[in-house]
Design a protein around this ligand. Structure first.
Ligand code: PLP
Length: 400
């Protein structure tokens, strides 16, 4: 009898974490590496948030809390949903988990039966299909190419829905492409969903605040209130508030689903850290002005990266609305040969070539379900980004 469970064979380790580890390892060996794999802001957690955590420690706020979050944090989340999304939730409609990832995991494990289908627009965040696999469901990837600005089109959604469809996962702005849906685009998807009342929507709004050029963020339950009773609106403090290590994510949704999520959490991790929850209350209720300041930097970096990458031979880079990623096509590099005589057959080969020849660590598009592309995170200094893009241009120039 094998020691390890069969379910382990259904999933793979996160490829984005693998790239970051590989870049770290090469750096430790003394190589000059620029890591563009990380999915976290390079800014520090704001001071007022850190102070709230210190206060929580000093005042003994260090014990178990409600399994799915303190009342104080749930109230701050209710206020946030009302203020920013015009969504009304009661306290028993809110759940807090150890990061957005846990909320998503719990929601899928609590609802997906073997054979249930989950529609995932591709390219997608790497964890969606693997979590669906763990839950014994079937991920149904729908390819949304650069010709559609990487966004799911209503007719593609209509074609993907079957009687077995349980969820549609939406992620706007998106990891890995930065693409964000306008209210009008969500409206068109909502019209399809209204015709299929058995399909629920899990909307991952983790990058809500990271949008540029006056783009107006919208979320589907706000756009179509008739979907409110079958939508889980997920969000978190990791990205907008530079709190990836604090591990707080949350969601609002129908009471029966929220209860089911708490049941899973009660038999796995119990409550998220009491100290991080106190910090998240301050994040949501405190000053928000630093977000706009960070966005000025992110926008400048995005513009520079897109401009430089579009100068690279064989690459084409779409300018996205938000998040801190770009997802250039490397179709023009496929079939070419490196100076060492290696053929570039896939985007995996292309990112390996970038790493080996120029020390630039990016993530291959195959990891996100749409090739031939690669993902660059521009949540790093402008100086490092400029250097990285110069190296990429040079690497592309050398391909024959
Ligand atoms: N959703 C998306 C699209 C993400 O990119 C990430 C993190 O990379 C998460 C969810 C998870 O966020 P958290 O760190 O809060 O678990």
């Amino acid at each position: 009898m094998a020691f390890l469970a069969d379910r382990l064979d259904r999933i793979k380790p996160s490829p984005t974490i693998a790239v970051t580890m590989k870049a770290r390892e090469l750096k430790a060996q003394g190589r000059d590496i620029i890591g563009l794999g990380a999915g976290e802001p390079d800014f520090d957690t704001p001071e007022n948030i850190k102070q709230a955590a210190i206060k929580a420690i000093n005042s003994g706020d260090t014990k178990y809390t409600n399994v799915d979050g303190t009342d104080a944090l749930k109230k701050a989340i209710i206020a946030k949903f009302k203020r920013e999304n015009n969504l009304d939730y009661k306290i028993d409609q809110i759940t807090v988990g150890t990061g957005g990832k846990q909320v998503l995991y719990n929601a899928l494990v609590a609802t997906v039966n073997p054979g249930d289908e989950v529609i995932i627009p591709a390219p997608y965040w790497v964890s969606y299909p693997d979590i669906v696999h763990l839950a014994e469901g079937t991920p149904v990837a729908v390819e949304c190419g650069q010709n559609h600005q990487f966004k799911l089109q209503p007719e593609m959604l209509e074609a993907a829905i079957t009687p077995k469809t349980k969820w549609l996962i939406l992620n706007s702005p998106s990891n890995p492409t930065g693409a964000a849906y306008t209210a009008q685009e969500l409206r068109a998807l909502a019209d399809v969903l209204l015709r299929h009342p058995h399909v629920w929507v899990l909307t991952d709004d983790m990058y809500e605040h990271l949008v540029y050029d006056n783009f107006k963020f919208a979320t589907i339950a706000e756009v179509e209130p008739k979907l409110y009773d079958r939508t889980l609106t997920m969000n978190g403090v990791s990205k907008s508030y530079c709190m990836t290590g604090w591990r707080i994510g949350y969601a609002g949704g129908p009471t029966n689903l929220i209860k089911a999520i708490a049941k899973i959490q009660s038999q796995s991790t119990s409550n998220p850290s009491s100290i991080s929850q106190a910090a998240a209350v301050e994040a949501l209720n405190g000053p928000q002005d630093f977000i706009a300041k960070h966005n000025v930097s992110f926008k400048e970096r995005r513009d520079m990266v897109v401009e430089m990458l579009n100068k690279a031979k064989g690459l084409h880079c779409h300018k996205p609305e938000g998040a801190f990623y770009v997802y250039p096509s490397c179709a023009g590099a496929i079939g070419k040969t490196t100076p060492e005589g290696k053929k570039i057959a896939t985007d995996d080969d292309f990112v390996t070539y970038l790493l080996e020849s120029e020390g630039v660590a990016a993530v291959q598009g195959s990891a996100f379900g749409l090739s031939p592309h690669f993902r660059i995170s521009y949540a790093t200094s402008t100086e490092a980004l400029k250097d990285a893009c110069t190296r990429i241009i040079r690497a592309c120039e050398k391909l024959t």
